[in-house]
Design a protein around this ligand. Structure first.
Ligand code: SF4
Ligand code: SF4
Length: 505
């Protein structure tokens, strides 16, 4: 299928090209986030009656997965943390390099684990007050980190929401990329990465003077050596995520911020439609990322988000509550945070480690190669991402479809408290579709994810194996793992689920 450049598409193209689109979206999201925090701190502490109990856990998560599925990383594009972060960049030093030992995804893996644990241990979805504090902490972290360190260190190395979007955005049907590589070949300024300046920058962020490159061009010297430029005379920023357009591949680490689009002096960057499989099955050297097969930290992130999808849903079904009670009685554990820690370590760390190691070992035994166990895992882990994304989508759509209309009475009550006329809250509103639709919709997305995963795993196997036969043998254990996980997902979706963020009277 011929890729379509959305920036040149009628209707949506002018909207996306307008340089203030992103700021308008961010300002809207920031206003909603501010209302949410205020209601969370001072409003009624009953989750289904509070913006902080409904918007993030029912609506926002559902819209994030839908956007990733049909468009791309729209949440990062409209991220409300960006405006305070921009202020921090303007007034803070913002010139320190991110510490070298933290320049990987391991920190983000740890933060995601912490979030998954805290979400269950402290029932974040049921506490508007805690939700407001989590949101406020997020704003503070983004502000402090990006006010201190240069580039988009928070987005790239810290933000757990960003990591969720980067990994699951691998199956999105669009990506930001160059229109014509030959134009980049002739490009002299590389503004997409270094930014556009009133005159060639003379120093980098730390104030070190730039020396001319071999051809005598001062402006290119810093960009070519990977040194970030200073801000003096900067008219338009380049990619703060260190993604250099001519060598950028796929959606990993791309926040869809559009800076490269506005910076390129040759109008050579577009937003193109693409196959959702393209990103997962190829392994080129990616700008800012390197080869996926050489990044165990990225593979760990992909696996955490895949298994996390199942464990997150696992925490909501009735048989698990019974199991938790039994384990608690057996071990004499009365502390819920400790009990959840035990379940998390088992379900999201130990079990995946054992399952994935056994699968990689079986794959290597059936189709030996020169790779190690870790190497086999890092290459194939990406094939499981669509299955994990299918499970996240099924889970989050369940909440959106069963409780989407709850927002109407919550807003009515909120406006009423402000003394505005909004009628009496219609607390009977909740489901957006008949309940009988829910399971088929959930199974559709879960099984769709399995299907895409199987195709992705097979393509990875074929690209790695010398013959079709060895490719099939390498693929089989991974196909079995994906099918088992999907079976667990079906079982989970068929259990009675907690109605989080939903209120029926
Ligand atoms: S995307 Fe634009 S600025 Fe970047 S290298 Fe290509 S032509 Fe130059
Ligand atoms: S500037 Fe970087 S992060 Fe932003 S859209 Fe371009 S490639 Fe993606």
């Amino acid at each position: 299928m011929t890729p379509v450049d959305l920036l040149r598409a009628p209707g949506i193209g002018p909207v996306l090209r307008w340089r203030h689109t992103r700021t308008v979206l961010q300002a809207l999201c920031l206003a909603v986030a501010a209302l949410l925090i205020l209601d969370g701190l001072f409003g009624p502490q009953v989750a289904p009656r509070n913006l902080a109990g409904v918007l993030p856990w029912v609506h926002w998560r559902g819209f994030v997965v839908l956007a990733l599925l049909v468009a791309g990383n729209l949440f990062c594009m409209a991220c409300p943390f960006m405006l305070p972060r921009r202020i921090a960049k303007r007034f803070g030093p913002a010139n320190r390099p991110w510490p070298a030992p933290l320049r990987s995804k391991w920190l983000a893996v740890g933060i995601l684990l912490l979030f998954f644990w805290a979400y269950e241990a402290y029932a974040l979805w049921a506490s508007p007050w805690l939700t407001a504090w989590v949101a406020g902490t997020y704003f503070t972290l983004a502000f402090v980190i990006d006010g201190f360190f240069r580039g988009a260190s928070f987005c790239r190395f810290v933000c757990p929401i960003g990591q969720f979007n980067f990994v699951n955005g691998m199956v999105s049907p669009t990506e930001v990329r160059v229109r014509d590589p030959e134009v980049c070949g002739r490009c002299e300024t590389h503004d997409c990465i270094r930014g556009r300046y009133a005159s060639p920058p003379k120093a980098d962020w730390s104030g070190r003077p730039l020396r001319p490159d071999a051809s005598g061009r001062l402006a290119l010297a810093g960009a070519a050596s990977g040194r970030a430029m200073g801000r003096e005379g900067l008219l338009q920023g380049g990619c703060e995520l260190a993604l250099y357009q001519p060598r950028k591949t796929g959606n990993l680490d791309c926040t869809f911020c559009m800076e490269c689009i506005h910076a390129c002096p040759h109008d050579n960057v577009g937003i193109f439609t693409r196959s959702p499989l393209a990103d997962l099955t190829t392994d080129p050297v990616r700008s800012g990322v390197g080869r996926l097969s050489r990044r165990p930290d990225l593979a760990a992130l992909a696996l955490l988000l895949t298994f996390g999808a199942f464990v997150n849903a696992f925490g909501m079904v009735e048989p698990v509550f019974v199991l938790q009670d039994q384990v608690s009685a057996l071990l004499g554990l009365t502390s819920r945070p400790l009990l959840i820690l035990l379940f998390m370590v088992t379900g999201i760390v130990l079990l995946p480690l054992v399952l994935v190691a056994a699968t990689a070992a079986a794959s290597r035994a059936l189709a030996p190669g020169t790779d190690t166990l870790v190497g086999r895992t890092t290459r194939y882990a990406w094939g499981l991402v669509p299955l994990g994304f299918g499970m996240w989508t099924a889970h989050y759509l369940y909440h959106l479809l069963i409780g989407g209309l709850t927002i109407v009475p919550v807003v009515q009550e909120y406006l009423g408290e402000l003394g505005l006329p909004a009628g009496s809250p219609a607390w009977g509103l909740g489901p957006m579709v008949p309940e009988s639709w829910l399971l088929p919709v959930e199974l559709f997305f879960l099984q769709g994810g399995l299907l895409v995963s199987l195709v992705a795993l097979y393509r990875i196997a074929r690209s790695e194996a010398p013959t079709k036969r060895t490719g099939v043998r390498a693929f089989l254990p991974w196909a079995i793992l994906a099918t088992l996980l999907s079976g667990a997902g079906i079982w989970l979706l068929m259990q009675p689920m907690e109605m989080r963020g939903t209120f029926f009277v």
